[in-house]
Design a binder for this molecule. Structure first.
Ligand code: SAH
Length: 214
């Protein structure tokens, strides 16, 4: 694990100001992101740019999401203390750490074995308690369902029906989905056993959600 120096802390505060200026107004989200050293989730050579509002490489051809995207999705998810929350796309583990800081009971699935392994050892070292699974997020985790919240951090070509099925009544899923030629952020709210409301938000950019494991 790297060091969280005064310089890193300063850069992190500046990033929070940038996010606030870009419309992230949820204090809980900003506080959570202020508590997680993003540079721990990146190669040490990237620590000078770890607090730029940019997606950065994490290996296996994947990226850690842009901080503004993490903040936006987390704000939309609106997690409360203790809520069972499923993340698809553990990647570096950064988003999962932010969810832990918000007090969520986090389950996170990753299909790349190397990334799963790295995130597991880092999050454990950092003292986070969560459930990390190596598998295909398209299936969700039926054995742990229902989930109060589901967040997908890769771009889906279609809406994964198993994930909708695993959403609790009153629950919410935030997911980027292909619509026409572009990817858009969607929010799905399960208002009853039989009714789900869908909201289409802005265009966004993510690495693709792929079937199977690697
Ligand atoms: N939340 C991550 C973002 C990583 S990028 C972070 O904070 O770093 C998205 C990740 O989704 C990639 O690691 C990719 O391997 C993973 N992914 C893509 N399709 C998936 C699937 N079907 N199941 C699980 N993970 C998937």
């Amino acid at each position: 694990m790297q060091l969280d120096s005064l310089q890193h802390k300063g850069l992190r505060q500046r990033l929070l100001q940038t996010l606030y200026a870009k419309g992230v107004s949820d204090e809980r989200v900003l506080t959570a992101m202020g508590s997680v050293p993003r540079h721990f989730f990146l190669e040490s050579g990237l620590d000078k740019i770890a607090y730029d509002d940019k997606a950065l490489p994490i290996g296996a051809g994947q990226t850690i999401s842009q901080p503004h995207t993490v903040a936006w999705q987390t704000q939309l998810l609106n997690v409360a203390q203790g809520e069972k929350t499923l993340e698809i796309g553990t990647g570096s583990g950064y988003q999962a750490a932010v969810l832990c800081e918000l007090g969520a009971d986090v389950y996170s699935i990753e299909r790349q074995r190397v990334l799963h392994g790295k995130a597991k050892s880092l999050l454990t070292q950092m003292g986070y308690r969560l459930t990390l699974i190596y598998g295909d997020g398209f299936e969700g985790l039926p054995e742990h369902a229902p989930f109060a919240k589901i967040i997908v951090t890769c771009g889906a070509g279609h809406i994964p029906q198993p994930l909708l099925n695993q959403l609790a009544v009153g629950g919410r899923m935030v997911i980027p989905v292909q619509d026409g030629n572009s990817l858009y952020m969607f929010v799905f709210d399960r208002v009853s056993e039989t009714e789900i409301r869908q909201t289409k938000l802005k265009e966004c950019a993510f690495v693709p959600m792929l079937q199977g494991v690697s």
